[in-house]
Design a protein around this ligand. Structure first.
Ligand SMILES: *Cc1c(COP(=O)(O)O)cnc(C)c1O
Length: 235
């Protein structure tokens, strides 16, 4: 095992254990929570080491980064998941390279992505990113627009809507953080009652995932706790 692989294996085992522990505390089945490794800012060598551990799905927040890494790791069979804010002029690469977009947050983007996916003859999974925190720096659809947005998305057959995604408020108050996750779950439940099947809730990161699991996350997006501290900023 290479040093990189050993390092990642230790981190991965620790994160999986903490996720399982959070599931037990929430009286949930550990198999109901997936971990999405977030590899943004980390190089192809480290991702290749993660692939040797059996990981094959990675979250990235910049399309340019996916483009570079996808070319260098073409032999790895990786599913690239877009989790960052997407500009409409980037949909061409997304339609070609991404297996999933978790940051679908506006109609203009859905339209552009749909048109491009039609040209590529591809269908991808998407999650609708909802803004559950008052911070201006956070992206996402305003909660009150969710039902109408989901209705509109039914017209785009290249986008398989599988659930919702959010980023919680950055706060040292667990109640505030948990409130964001609770809001996403409640929005999902309301949408379900209106006939929208949204089994997936992507919420929780390295610093707050136990709270997200307590509120029903089916997927936590973990960067730092698996790959280490990022040497340069990601936004
Ligand atoms: C970077 C990022 C994460 C992972 O953050 P960590 O704190 O490093 O676990 C999760 N979700 C999104 C949208 C991100 O941009």
């Amino acid at each position: 095992m290479s040093p990189d692989t050993a390092y990642l294996a230790g981190n991965w085992a620790q994160v999986r254990q903490r996720v399982d522990e959070a599931c037990r505390e929430a009286r949930r089945d550990p198999s109901s929570v997936n971990i999405l490794p977030v590899s943004k800012t980390f190089g192809p060598e480290l991702i290749r080491a993660a692939v040797t551990l059996g990981l094959h799905r990675f979250g990235e927040n910049k399309v340019q980064e996916i483009r570079g890494k996808a070319a260098l790791l073409a032999d790895c069979g990786i599913d690239w998941v877009v989790i960052g804010h997407l500009q409409t002029n980037k949909v061409k690469d997304v339609a070609r390279l991404a297996s999933e977009v978790q940051s679908l947050d506006r109609l203009e983007l859905a339209e552009a992505l749909h048109r491009r996916l039609q040209q590529e003859h591809r269908v991808i999974d998407v999650l609708v990113q909802v803004k559950t925190s008052p911070e201006p720096s956070k992206y996402g659809l305003p909660p009150e627009q969710l039902l109408a947005f989901l209705d509109t998305l039914r017209g785009y057959d290249t986008l398989r809507v599988r659930g919702l995604m959010t980023l919680a408020i950055h706060s040292s108050e667990p109640d505030e953080v948990r409130g964001c996750f609770r809001l996403l779950r409640e929005l999902r439940d309301r949408a379900s009652a209106q006939g929208h099947d949204l089994p997936r809730l992507s919420m929780g990161m390295s610093g707050d995932f136990p709270l997200a699991i307590a509120e029903g996350a089916t997927e936590v997006r973990i960067g730092t706790a698996i790959f280490g501290l990022r040497l340069y900023p990601d936004a």
